[in-house]
Design a protein around this ligand. Structure first.
Ligand code: GMT
Length: 373
């Protein structure tokens, strides 16, 4: 098949899923065209069967807001002229699904199919905003196929947008071999020179991630046992979090590592992952932790319980329950037998339920189904 995958190139989960899907499909012999405003970081090195198309938006003094969605539509139409696509797969509804719809109509090509994958905030935050609502509802309804990354997100989409359309749930996935023994030399002594326990969090530091809660949970853990916190990522709340760390006198115990292209290196140093997020449609980062055998303590919210099995691979508690989260974190960090069992369960769950070998064929089969409909 010839598939154009439209995605964001940044460190967010949707871009990672789209990039890994592109690589997986290309490896299975499909011709993949990545369409984005920059090259996604996971696709910077050469891959057979993957073509990168960067969208450029003309600037003009009249444009207060550069019309990216239109430039993307025009680019998709051009790519189809040159390569004769079968499918445009839009990752993240805003604005990719609408741009794909426009491209298909420009081309007047009925046999070109549009698949839209809903990732989370395109529905829960951005999509619910009144200024986008009708365009998103329309783009979902007009897509030939729609997937959501969890049952939670599917239900939320149907309810929020009053959608009467089959939405297929296809979970996020991971190459569970990536966290191999070759990463085990992660320089743990650098971060925890006296054998302290290592807690970790990674996100885009947006308010929805509640990184402040991460620091407060860590503070409670650190009161009881020697521990260090590794924070991965960048975003609007980073300065606030740095300030909080200072105010809580934790500067010597917290490492800000910034963006990391492959967080497996850091995960392989970690004893526990914290994800006290307000909303999470799936929680790719929790899956990445599990794939490295790292248990998760976090919030019982959104689709996270579909990934982290409460009491088996981690503990999930109500959003904002900092004291309870700290208590569970301490249990996992001080009871070696419990820790060992949870680590084994976490890895096993990632391999059995979310390995790319299981999930990529589901996308492939879904494409075939849409093309044959
Ligand atoms: O909103 C974000 O945190 C980024 C966003 C993205 O699209 O880049 O992440 C969402 O998509 C991921 C991949 O499907 C999911 O694993 C995340 O749970 C989801 N984030 C939220 O729902 C907050």
């Amino acid at each position: 098949m010839k598939v154009a995958i439209v995605c964001y190139p940044t460190h967010g989960g949707s871009g990672v899923v789209a990039s890994e899907l592109a690589l997986g499909l290309a490896e299975r012999g499909h011709e993949i065209h990545i369409v984005s405003y920059a090259t996604p970081f996971r696709l910077r090195s050469f891959s057979q069967n993957v073509f990168i198309h960067e969208v450029e938006v003309a600037s003009y003094p009249l444009f207060k807001y550069p019309p990216y969605a239109l430039a993307l539509s025009a680019k998709l139409a051009d790519i189809d002229d040159e390569y004769n696509l079968d499918i445009i797969h839009a990752h993240y509804a805003v604005p990719h699904a609408a741009s794909a719809f426009l491209a298909k109509n420009i081309l007047r090509k009925e046999k070109l199919k549009i698949v839209t994958t809903l990732h989370g905030t395109d529905i829960t935050l951005v999509g619910a905003d009144k200024s986008f609502y009708r365009v998103i509802k329309f783009s979902i309804e007009e897509s030939d196929g729609v997937t959501a990354v969890s049952n939670f997100l599917k239900k939320r989409t149907v309810k929020e947008f009053n959608i009467d359309k089959d939405i297929r749930v296809i979970y996020n996935f991971i190459d569970t071999n990536r966290c191999s023994d070759s990463f085990k030399d992660c320089n743990k002594e650098k971060y925890a020179p006296h054998g302290e326990k290592i807690l970790m969090h990674a996100s885009n530091f947006r308010p929805v991630k509640r990184v402040g809660d991460v620091v407060r949970i860590f503070a409670k853990v650190q009161e009881k046992i020697p521990a260090k916190l590794l924070l991965v990522g960048e975003g609007p709340e980073r300065l606030f979090v740095q300030q909080l760390v200072k105010e809580m006198n934790l500067t010597d115990h917290v490492w800000f590592l910034g963006h990391q292209d492959y967080i497996e290196h850091v995960l392989s140093c970690s004893d526990l992952f914290l994800l006290p997020t307000e909303q999470e449609s799936f929680g790719l980062v929790a899956l990445e932790a599990h794939a490295c055998g790292v248990p998760v303590v976090g919030a019982a919210t959104g689709g996270l319980p579909e990934v982290v099995k409460d009491g088996v691979t981690g503990f999930l508690l109500p959003v904002g329950e900092i004291a309870l989260m700290a208590q569970k974190a301490l249990a996992l960090l001080t009871d070696d037998a419990l820790n060992k069992t949870f680590r084994r369960n976490a890895k096993e769950r990632a391999v059995k339920c979310f390995d790319q070998k299981l999930i990529i064929p589901q996308y492939e089969a879904y494409y075939m189904e849409i093309l044959n409909r």
